[in-house]
Ligand binder design. Structure first.
Ligand SMILES: *Cc1c(COP(=O)(O)O)cnc(C)c1O
Length: 400
């Protein structure tokens, strides 16, 4: 069958018709264990009753009114995000890239209204991923994504991953901000050392720069804390969220301190859909579950269990897995075999996992995963590794 979808994705020939918790049922009736969560989105798994109830209830009331009016659900979600973070102000949008666009604009505008319109440059890190709009592609700096799309948006300076000296050298009179993911997700689950984040905070304070965290992938419990920055003991000035914020309903957010957001006044930014009643009602329902007592403790316990079992598999299958890294339930298997082969082998065992840069396979189970789900997952990874190890054995020379 000819598909009329723009062919920008290399899709697996697999479609799903329903899901429950960490499991998805394909159109052919086969069940898959979802250790991809739609790329860190389905934070509460599939068809979580609290989310289903919130969505259905709101659908009977009002979906969309535009930002020409007050939206109580959005005000409540913003208030809760601020109460749970460093921030005072929130702008809602519909995706990670849009959240990052707002973060970039907020950082530049801060300097413009502080009397320094020349401070526009943002320092970013090799291996970063910030989205697919023209500005966020320039921020990510990956040649393979920029090629063929015309002039690269200016104002981004890239330095090697977690390199303090290079960061210091890159700071000039035109620097506005430093932008970093606390853990590079697409880049291959590369964890930024907390010490480096603290050093960036200090650098930003010394030079009057905005510290911007892209927590589109790490935010909303993925790392075992509500936000990935929390274990570092410092906080950014501006932060982008999306993926897990709606548990599968599209919503993004840009958070800022009152000072960082001081330039974003009436008319400076906007979004037709951003923060509509339906999206923000679901966002509130996600927080109802994730902020409930014990939820993040559960995530951390499951993370520990999964990490331990993965470390055992790494020791048993050195021809397949070179290393296990990550935080919370954002874990990466650094592969010896090509990562695509492991993703395929896992899918053959009925597990969904996601490839990332640096030859890594990402494991992103929903945070509601339980011990039985982890045991099932480990058994699938074990079988996939057995098959790949077997295939990797040098062929026995035929007897002559
Ligand atoms: C996914 C992702 C984005 C882009 O989000 P979209 O919703 O696809 O626009 C940006 N930054 C990070 C860190 C991401 O993981």
């Amino acid at each position: 069958m000819v598909s009329h979808l723009l062919p920008t994705y290399a899709r697996a020939d697999l479609a799903f018709e329903r899901g429950e918790g960490a499991w998805l049922t394909a159109t052919n009736g086969e069940r898959y264990l979802d250790f991809g969560s739609g790329v860190a989105v389905n934070v509460l798994g599939h068809a979580h009753p609290v989310l289903v109830e919130a969505l259905a209830d709101q659908a009977h009331k009002v979906w969309h009114v535009s930002n020409l009016f007050r939206i109580p659900e959005a005000e409540r979600l913003a208030e809760r995000l601020c109460a749970a973070s460093f921030a005072d102000l929130v702008f809602f949008c519909n995706s990670g890239a849009e959240a990052m666009e707002c973060a970039i604009k907020t950082a530049r505008k801060y300097h413009a209204v502080s009397g320094h319109p020349e401070r526009v440059d943002i320092i970013t890190y090799e291996g970063a991923f910030h989205g697919r709009t023209l500005a966020t592609l320039a921020a990510g700096g990956q040649p393979k994504y920029l090629e063929g799309f015309g002039p690269v948006a200016g104002g981004f300076v890239q330095v090697p991953f977690a390199d303090l000296e290079a960061t210091k050298k890159a700071i000039t009179d035109t620097t506005a901000a430093i932008l970093i993911e606390p853990i590079q997700g697409e880049g291959g689950v590369r964890v930024v050392p907390p010490e480096f984040l603290r050093q960036l905070r200090q650098l930003c304070d010394e030079h009057g720069l905005m510290l911007v965290f892209d927590e589109v992938q790490t935010g909303i419990g993925r790392t075992g804390d509500l936000f990935g920055y929390m274990h570092s003991g410092i906080a950014p000035d501006i932060m982008a969220l999306a993926k897990a914020l709606g548990g599968g309903f599209p919503i993004g957010a840009c958070l800022a301190t009152a000072e960082a957001g001081k330039g974003m006044t009436v008319g400076t930014h906007g979004s037709t859909f951003g923060g509509n009643p339906l999206a923000t009602r679901v966002g509130n329902a996600v927080l109802d579950v994730v902020l409930a007592p014990g939820f993040l403790e559960h995530t951390r316990r499951m993370s520990l269990l999964l990490k331990q079992r993965l470390a055992e598999l790494k020791d048993r299958f050195p021809a397949v897995i070179a290393d296990v890294r990550g935080e919370g339930l954002l874990l990466g298997l650094v592969c010896v075999v090509p990562n695509g082969e492991l993703v395929t082998a896992l899918r053959n065992e009925k597990m969904l996992a996601i490839a990332a840069g640096d030859n890594v396979v990402r494991l992103l189970p929903p945070l509601i995963i339980d011990e039985a789900g982890i045991a099932d997952g480990i058994a699938m990874i074990e079988r996939a590794c057995e098959k790949l190890s077997h295939a990797a054995q040098p062929a026995v020379p035929a007897a002559v």
